[in-house]
Design a protein around this ligand. Structure first.
Ligand SMILES: [Zn+2]
Length: 279
C-alpha cells in the first residue's frame, strides 16, 4: 500500500461532529491516507475547523479508534472564497481573516486560501463585482506575502486574469487547485514556479484536455487532491467525495504519466512538503 496525500479537502463539510469525523478518519487511514490539507473558504471558519479536527484526534488517542496510534497529519489553510457576500464586505472579511491567522497555532496553519477568481459565478457583466473580486484576491496575496505563506488559488474561467494578478506578487508561490484549463495555461502557471493540483474530474469521460495537461505537467510541480466533498472521481461520481478517494487520482496520474503509483506518491509527498513545509 502507498502512503497517499490529499492536498485539498473540506473536512468540516464531510461530518457534522467529531464522532462522525473520527470514524471516517479510521477508514481513510486503513485506505493508506497519510496527510490532508483542510482548506478554508470563509473568514471565520479557521478556528472551528481546527477545533473539530483536534477534538477528533484527541478522541482517537483516548482509545476509541480502530487503527490505534496511527494518525494522519492534518494541517489547515485560511482563506476567503469569492462569494458575492464576501466580495461586497471584503474589508471586514480580510480584517477578520488576518485576526484568525494571527491567533492560529503556527505549526497548524500551512497556507492562505482558497482564494481567487470565479468567472462562472461572478460574471464579467458585473464590473463592480469583478473589481471587488480582484481586490479580495489581491488582499489575500498580500497577506501571504506578509506572513510568508503559500497560497491555494481557485481559478475558474479566469486564467488570464489570475496570471496577471499573481505576476504582480513575484515573491508569492502557491498552487492552482482543481486545475481546469488547457496546456497553454498550464505552462504559463508552471513557468511562474506555481504548482498544479489535479482533482477527481481527471477521471471523467469528457475531461481529455485535463488528462492531456496532467500528462505534460512537470513532476516537480504536481499535486493531487479530492476537493472533498466535491468532485468524487469515477467510480464514485455523484456521491460525496472523501480524502480516501484520492487514490483514483494517483492511479489516473500513474496511467497517464506511465509511472508506478509509488513514484507518483513519492513525488507528490516531496512537492507537498516543499510548498507547504508540513512534514
Ligand atoms: Zn475547495
Amino acid at each position: 500500500m502507498h502512503l497517499l496525500i490529499d492536498s485539498h479537502a473540506h473536512l468540516s463539510m464531510l461530518a457534522e461532529d467529531e464522532e462522525a469525523l473520527s470514524s471516517q478518519i479510521d477508514e481513510w487511514i486503513s485506505a493508506g491516507l497519510t496527510a490532508i490539507l483542510d482548506v478554508g473558504t470563509r473568514s471565520d471558519d479557521l478556528e472551528p475547523r481546527i477545533d473539530l479536527v483536534q477534538k477528533c484526534l484527541c478522541r482517537r488517542r483516548d482509545g476509541e479508534s480502530t487503527t490505534g496510534d496511527l494518525r494522519p497529519t492534518i494541517r489547515f489553510s485560511a482563506g476567503i472564497w469569492p462569494s458575492e457576500e464576501a466580495i461586497q464586505n471584503r474589508q471586514q472579511h480580510i480584517d477578520e481573516l488576518e485576526t484568525q491567522i494571527l491567533k492560529a497555532p503556527k505549526n497548524l496553519l500551512a497556507a492562505i486560501g482558497e482564494c481567487g477568481l470565479d468567472r462562472h459565478w461572478n460574471s464579467s457583466e458585473q464590473p463592480a463585482l469583478v473589481r471587488g473580486e480582484q481586490e479580495l484576491f489581491e488582499a489575500q496575496l498580500d497577506l501571504a506575502q506578509r506572513y510568508s505563506l503559500p497560497v491555494i488559488v481557485h481559478s475558474r474561467e479566469a486564467a488570464r486574469e489570475t496570471l496577471e494578478i499573481i505576476r504582480a506578487f513575484p515573491s508569492v508561490r502557491g498552487v492552482i487547485h482543481c486545475f481546469s484549463y488547457g496546456l497553454e495555461e498550464l505552462l504559463a502557471f508552471q513557468d511562474l514556479g506555481w504548482y498544479i493540483s489535479f482533482a477527481g474530474n481527471i477521471t471523467y469521460k469528457n475531461a481529455q484536455s485535463l488528462r492531456d495537461a496532467l500528462g505534460v505537467v512537470s513532476m516537480e510541480r504536481l499535486l493531487l487532491e479530492t476537493d472533498s466533498p466535491y468532485l468524487a472521481p469515477v467510480p464514485h461520481r455523484g456521491k460525496a467525495a472523501n480524502p480516501a478517494m484520492v487514490r483514483y487520482q494517483y492511479e489516473g496520474a500513474s496511467q497517464i504519466k506511465h509511472l508506478p503509483v509509488e513514484t507518483i506518491a513519492r513525488q507528490v509527498f516531496i512537492n507537498f512538503n516543499t510548498l507547504f513545509r508540513i512534514m
